[in-house]
Write a protein that binds this ligand. Structure first.
Ligand SMILES: Nc1ncnc2c1ncn2[C@@H]1O[C@H](COP(=O)(O)OP(=O)(O)O)[C@@H](O)[C@H]1O
Ligand SMILES: Nc1ncnc2c1ncn2[C@@H]1O[C@H](COP(=O)(O)OP(=O)(O)O)[C@@H](O)[C@H]1O
Ligand code: SF4
Ligand SMILES: [Mg+2]
Ligand SMILES: [Mg+2]
Lengths: 261, 261
């Protein structure tokens, strides 16, 4: 059975870095499809080596798009798709996700022999197209990327509200460290408060920038590094995870209290 | 003529801090109305001393809301409103802004004897309700808050796309420093690239946290400080600004080039 995972988190928190590196880890032994659902359209850059044409942009040029117009093969045969977003100020920012999901369904991309599908989804607002991987039959498990910072945890709590509303399954919280004091403990307490768990901790590392500059993942550029090992471990723990919860988000007073305490 | 200003920027960049402090600066000699258009609903906390009831939440309880249900007087008689946002996963995150604008119009709040109206608007996505202060007859001038970081400038460039699309007037870029190397220069070059200017630079300061913890602005808690002076200067430069441009946003390749260069 295909493992269908959605990764959510505040913009800039590190979703694409984590998604591309765990996809690279899975690619050793599995058929993987990565679908970028962030208007930034840069989830797959380090897997493909370049920015992909987005589904939205392809459909502006071609009325009948084929699989080869929107699905591209990257590192170790990871399949890559970027939804894209409309021009700012023109309709719903999440429209690209809706259009991409419909097209991939129509082109029967989802019925391929895939072991893992990973959605990388903008989490600053949980609405419109950005709620689609949660609400419709696209992803079975959700993981939230956060750091110990207020803004990241606020967004994580908001995403928990969305998951609960849309009856999704929260598999766990991924701590992508920013170097905050006591960061791992703060994130563990947050996970406990929302009735989930920390499924992985990824340290801050220069190797991320060094590989990113060459449009590569850490796994490709520095396969022997400790950082690559952290991503492999996370990939493994997510793959074998069987504990899911409906999160118990904090209301605003509880959240402020939690952060001050 | 009432000065009607919208402040946009990436979530967490410092909009509310800047909006509340320049409102406090204006309050000396002017009638000011501050309208929070961020689902976080915390723009006015340091002006009122507490979190305000949001328009959306008030309308859940009362079908006929009055001015006193949604407009609250804070520091130095600054009038405060919070739009609020719907529960994540339930409809458009910008719905609170639309509902609040309609209610304030109906209650004739805008026809009051106001010198300055300031909108604090989420800028991670420029769509739905978040585009309303740009597209409809609510604000005449837009200012974008950014730092020297990639994510903040990416969002600023996106907001420029929205302003251009919706034919808004960009008054300038406000640099809220994060302590990045060469930050002011990076932001000046960005402003030049999009055919705008830097209208103010606000240093990073502990006084922000120290006053925020007491739900006060820097102007209220530390009126004699250098930081308060920076906010007063910005308020002054914005108030007297008469140069507006339709921004010239960068496309994605130009933006990547700009940031690498
Ligand atoms: N563990 C890490 N260590 C160092 N830098 C990181 C790490 N994770 C992410 N980054 C950096 O943070 C920035 C944002 O990461 P990204 O994955 O693009 O975020 P998102 O997809 O959530 O917007 C990138 O420039 C990336 O290089
Ligand atoms: N100039 C500054 N110096 C230090 N901290 C700041 C400064 N401006 C903002 N902050 C901090 O950054 C955080 C986010 O600021 P805020 O104004 O709430 O952002 P936004 O309204 O854009 O989401 C706040 O915790 C605030 O204390
Ligand atoms: S639903 Fe969300 S993404 Fe769509 S227009 Fe509204 S705020 Fe924007
Ligand atoms: Mg990303
Ligand atoms: Mg704010």
């Amino acid at each position: 059975k295909t493992k269908r995972i959605a990764i959510y988190g505040k913009g800039g928190i590190g979703k694409s870095t984590i998604v591309s590196n765990i996809a690279a880890a899975y690619s050793q032994d599995h058929n993987v499809l990565v679908i970028g659902c962030d208007p930034k359209a840069d989830t797959t850059r380090t897997l493909y080596g370049n920015r992909l044409p987005t589904v939205l942009n392809v459909l502006k040029e071609k009325r009948q798009a084929t699989v080869d117009d929107v699905v591209f093969e990257g590192y170790n045969q990871v399949m890559c798709v970027e939804s894209g977003g409309p021009e700012p100020g023109v309709g719903c920012a999440g429209r690209g996700v809706i259009v991409a999901m419909n097209l991939l369904e129509k082109l029967e991309v989802f019925s391929e022999d895939l072991d893992v599908i990973i959605y990388d989804v903008l989490g600053d607002v949980v609405c419109g197209g950005f709620a689609v991987p949660l609400r419709e039959d696209f992803a079975d498990e959700v993981y939230i990327v956060t750091s110990g910072e207020y803004m990241a945890l606020y967004a994580a709590n908001n995403i928990c509200k969305g998951i609960k509303k849309l009856k999704g399954n929260l598999g766990g919280i991924i701590c992508n460290c920013k170097g905050i004091e006591n960061e791992e403990e703060i994130v563990r307490q947050f996970a406990q408060q929302v009735e989930s768990k920390v499924i992985g901790v990824i340290p801050r590392s220069e190797l991320v920038q060094k590989s990113e500059i060459e449009a590569k993942t850490v796994l490709e550029k520095f396969p022997e590094s400790k950082q690559a090992e952290f991503y492999r471990k996370l990939a493994d723990d997510v793959f074998h995870n069987e504990e899911f919860t409906v999160p118990h988000p904090m209301d605003i007073e509880e959240f402020e209290e939690f952060f001050r305490g």
